[in-house]
Design a protein around this ligand. Structure first.
Ligand SMILES: Nc1ncnc2c1ncn2[C@@H]1O[C@H](COP(=O)(O)OP(=O)(O)O)[C@@H](O)[C@H]1O
Ligand SMILES: [Mg+2]
Length: 286
């Protein structure tokens, strides 16, 4: 087949099977529970499984994906708005299968867009959905009016908590808030920093039970990560642990999580992501 025909066939196939990035928000009630470390190493684990992944740091002003990677990105998402840059320019490509967008260090609230800024964002974001299998949002702790739109527009969310009672009650509050707004949003549970498997399982079961009983919501247990000094070491050395310390318990657990996630019934050809549609709906409602 000549190049032209092959090109045409690809285009037709792309129209029939629109492979669009699935968006997943990583959230927590309390801060400091390990969201960013999990999100980053989860993305890298998916990338090791030949998925194309974009990590979008949405902890605006407080983001630290750059720091965890030991890189500095030239631009952040804030620059995309302030300098009207195309999204590809603010995206840092780390490898063939992994890229990220930095949250920047300014205090700009990108979530309180006017209509013009919103349309600009949608236009830019649409360019990304053809390039990746997964777009993962690392959200700030808790929830604000603006960030709620992003979270609720995502295709799925992963709630991260530790077994500590304070983290658990905040996780529950977050789950309650989400289910009140959208009972159908698939919610995964990730228990971080477990001292042993028994406590991890107990923690997950407790949260699953109360969510079921009081909110009528099923939480899918995605995985449990041990409290592992390899994570602290990785933070200090600014090198993700799944890359530099793949044999540590934390790294093995994150890889397992990625495998569970990929086995959770996600079709190879993902149906059109509803992210932009849902986000537009929320913004119009303001
Ligand atoms: N599984 C773990 N084992 C040991 N320490 C951890 C683990 N996960 C996170 N930490 C510690 O918690 C700190 C905060 O993690 P971070 O991912 O930045 O949290 P968040 O994004 O929720 O604020 C890390 O710098 C690290 O010291
Ligand atoms: Mg964080």
């Amino acid at each position: 087949m000549n190049d032209q025909a092959a090109n045409l066939r690809r285009k037709v196939e792309a129209k029939l099977n629109p492979i669009q990035a699935k968006t997943i928000a990583v959230v927590s009630g309390k801060g400091g529970v390990g969201k960013s470390n999990f999100a980053l190493n989860f993305c890298l684990s998916l990338a090791k499984r030949q998925k194309k992944v974009l990590l979008f740091d949405l902890d605006i002003g407080m983001g630290n994906i750059d720091v965890l990677l030991g890189r500095s990105s030239k631009y952040s998402i804030v620059d995309m708005f302030e300098k009207q840059l195309p999204i590809q320019d603010v995206m840092e490509t780390v490898s063939d299968s992994f890229a990220y967008i930095s949250a920047g260090s300014g205090l700009t609230d990108i979530f309180s867009w006017n209509d013009g800024q919103f349309h600009y964002f949608v236009h830019q974001y649409e360019k990304l959905t053809d390039l990746f299998d997964f777009i993962i949002f690392d959200m700030g702790a808790g929830i604000t009016e603006g960030s709620a739109n992003f979270l609720l527009a995502a295709d799925e969310a992963i709630v991260v908590t530790t077994p500590e009672p304070t983290s658990l009650t905040d996780a529950y509050a977050m789950i309650k808030h989400i289910t009140r707004k959208d009972q159908e949003l698939p919610l995964y549970l990730l228990i971080n920093r477990i001292p042993n498997e028994r406590i991890g399982k107990q923690t997950a079961a407790r949260l699953q039970r109360v969510a079921g009983q009081f909110l009528g919501k099923e939480l899918i247990l995605l995985g449990m990560l041990p409290d592992d000094k390899a994570v602290v070491k990785a933070v200090i050395n600014q090198t993700p642990f799944v890359e530099k310390q793949p044999r540590t318990p934390a790294a093995k657990a994150v890889m397992e999580t990625a495998d569970v996630f990929l086995g959770c019934g996600i079709p190879e050809v993902w149906k059109t992501s509803s992210f932009i549609k849902k986000l537009s709906h929320f913004i119009k409602e303001r």
